[in-house]
Design a protein around this ligand. Structure first.
Ligand code: SF4
Length: 226
């Protein structure tokens, strides 16, 4: 059975969103597609954020000291601390967002340390991420790091790159994707905090220039399996 954490219907979320999300969360919780993640339950539930969010964030994977423990994406580890320090530069609060990952479980190496998801693991979890996008229908998708961009590419091809497109809104599959760097310590070595803060400020400008709500009439997802 799925955790303690059955999603609750939030103001603004439709019944269809709620039911579909609950069904998806249960399937990811039971999922055994990735052998090294079989014993790690997926981090997908009400603590991922608002089903009616205007901005959906896609990170890389739950961290072993972060959401794999807290069940709250980007909470409890160094990446989470950095993310929470960066968010205000975009004028955003955690409660404004829905936060998911390229893969929904925590990949670990042989020593039990955080590992990056493999290409096969990204493929294994791709259907779930696509369903999440169809459930949330966010006007904006903010990717954090290269693996998140790779995960979107598996759903529908794109030519986005972190180097060329960071902090720019690019149309993709009926939404706008804004690539940002991952807030991990490793990524901060390449893109220091001050630079990343400027990227988040560019995101704020994009969102402020487009204050409209969701795009109506885009609920195109397949409801089978409900
Ligand atoms: S990462 Fe995704 S595909 Fe792999 S076991 Fe977890 S839910 Fe299943």
């Amino acid at each position: 059975m799925m955790s303690k954490s059955a999603p609750t219907l939030r103001k603004g979320a439709t019944e269809e969103q709620y039911l579909w999300f609950r069904n998806l969360a249960q399937r990811t919780y039971d999922c055994k597609r990735c052998p090294r993640m079989e014993r790690h339950s997926a981090v997908l539930g009400p603590l991922n954020g608002r089903l009616e969010a205007r901005v959906m964030v896609v990170g890389e994977a739950p961290g072993r000291f972060g959401s794999a423990v807290t069940r709250i994406p980007f909470r409890g580890d160094r990446s989470g601390e950095n993310f929470e320090r960066l968010l205000p530069h975009a004028g955003l609060r955690r409660e404004d967002l829905f936060i998911a990952n390229a893969v929904q479980c925590n990949p670990k190496d042989d020593q039990g340390r955080n590992d990056r998801p493999s290409p096969q693991e990204l493929r294994n979890c791709s259907d779930y991420l696509r369903e999440l996008l169809d459930i949330i229908q966010p006007p904006y998708v903010v990717t954090l790091g290269q693996k998140a961009l790779d995960a979107l590419r598996l759903i529908e091809p794109h030519k986005l790159s972190l180097k060329d497109d960071v902090g720019v809104a690019i149309p993709w599959r009926g939404v706008k994707v804004v690539p940002l760097y991952h807030p991990s310590g490793r990524a901060l070595a390449n893109r220091p905090f001050e630079e990343q803060a400027k990227d988040y400020t560019r995101l704020e400008r994009i969102l402020k220039a487009d204050p409209g709500g969701k795009w109506p009439g885009r609920f195109t997802g397949d409801l089978k399996g409900m």
